[in-house]
Design a protein around this ligand. Structure first.
Ligand SMILES: [Zn+2]
Ligand SMILES: [Zn+2]
Ligand SMILES: [Zn+2]
Length: 361
């Protein structure tokens, strides 16, 4: 059974960003070790005889709980934010809340996948986030990654801005969560590829990442994606440079496993009669860690088609507006291999994130 986010008082299902239960008004905090909500009184909750406090960013809608000795009372997710707007920049801070929500979802998923997270303030090159607003700064903020630090333009949490960019760039999908998944892909390329063999396989699939990035940008924005790119790439952006192809593929691995995990938690499965072409039901799993990539991709093929049909029934565009070609399957298989064999180099690294990981069922 996968942990369902529920209200501890009235047992109603809750979305991950809930601060106060909309059904019974209980004040709540989210405990990342157990993936459960707990009632909070006067900013504290007692969980397994240990006192947890609400995150010091609760005023900016962070609902995670913090154990007593966390630096500055910030939760693990907030601690990863290296730069945020000034305290008096309330307009930028209101956009921060939405972005931080997407970031908390990302971090939970990285933990579920067993990927190590070393914070930027522990080790140079560790993971950190600079969350800046191009509107407040009055200059462009380039979304990107450098040496562990992910930079995000908070202005993209404004729907009109993000949609305008999406249309201008001809992208079928553009979300804050998607940006975060893509940029952490750059971080994990260096973390997960640990030897020459891995890099050789990676270059085989994605191309040589030592090719000039500057030339690649110029070519991409003057000439666009090459004809027939669908056959080899998951998106047009992935065609730009081997780094971008890796990051795009990583993001898709997270899209796929994250959505299947949610489907599994809800209990959605497809009856074989609905698919016509199968003689077994499609039952998504909370984790594909011990499964071959073929099962992950087969489950996704059926489930994404079903989700697309549901979206269309409401007049929306497809939930997953992408096509996975045989070449992209090979890239995703490599990603599955990397993620399921992630080097959890020392226990401490992992413990930083989930101190009681071993107790989690
Ligand atoms: Zn409730
Ligand atoms: Zn927090
Ligand atoms: Zn990128």
């Amino acid at each position: 059974m996968i942990a369902q986010p529920r209200c501890p008082v009235c047992r109603h299902f809750l979305y991950l960003d809930t601060l106060v239960c909309p059904f019974c008004d209980a004040e709540l905090g989210y405990h990342i070790l157990s993936r459960q909500f707990f009632s909070v009184r006067k900013g504290r909750a007692v969980i397994d005889d240990q006192v947890w406090y609400t995150c010091s960013n609760r005023g900016w809608e962070c609902n995670w709980l913090v154990w007593e000795n966390a630096p500055a009372g910030r939760c693990f997710s907030c601690r990863l934010t290296r730069t945020r707007p000034d305290p008096d920049d309330t307009i930028a801070l209101s956009k921060l809340a939405k972005t931080e929500e997407a970031k908390r979802r990302l971090i939970l998923q990285l933990g579920d996948l067993g990927l190590p997270i070393v914070p930027w303030d522990i080790k140079p090159g560790g993971l950190g986030f600079d969350l800046l607003s191009s509107i407040s700064l009055g200059r462009p903020v380039m979304i990107g990654h450098a040496n562990g630090i992910v930079t995000i333009d908070l202005a993209e949490s404004l729907d009109d801005r993000r949609e305008a960019l999406r249309i201008k760039l001809g992208e079928p999908y553009r979300t804050m969560l998607g940006h975060l998944r893509h940029e952490t892909g750059h971080y994990y390329q260096n973390v997960l590829l640990t030897n020459d063999q891995d890099w050789a396989r990676c270059r085989d699939l994605f191309g040589d990442e030592r090719a000039s990035y500057r030339d690649a940008i110029k070519r991409h924005y003057s000439m666009g994606a090459p004809d027939g790119w669908h056959e080899n790439f998951i998106s047009e952006y992935a065609t730009m440079h081997p780094w971008e192809d890796f990051a795009e593929t990583f993001a898709h691995y997270l899209h796929i496993t994250g959505t299947l995990q949610t489907a599994a938690a809800i209990g959605i499965h497809l009856d074989e009669s609905g698919t016509n072409l199968r003689d077994t039901d499609v039952v998504p799993l909370g984790s594909y860690r011990d499964e071959p990539v073929a099962q992950l991709l087969s489950d996704w093929e059926w489930m994404s088609e079903a989700f697309n049909r549901i979206n269309r029934a409401m007049g929306f565009g497809d939930l997953y507006p992408f096509e996975i070609s045989p070449a992209v399957r090979h890239k995703l298989a490599f990603m599955h291999d990397l993620v399921t064999h992630a080097p959890l180099t020392t226990e401490e690294q992992f413990l930083l994130v989930y101190p009681q990981e071993t107790e989690r069922a």
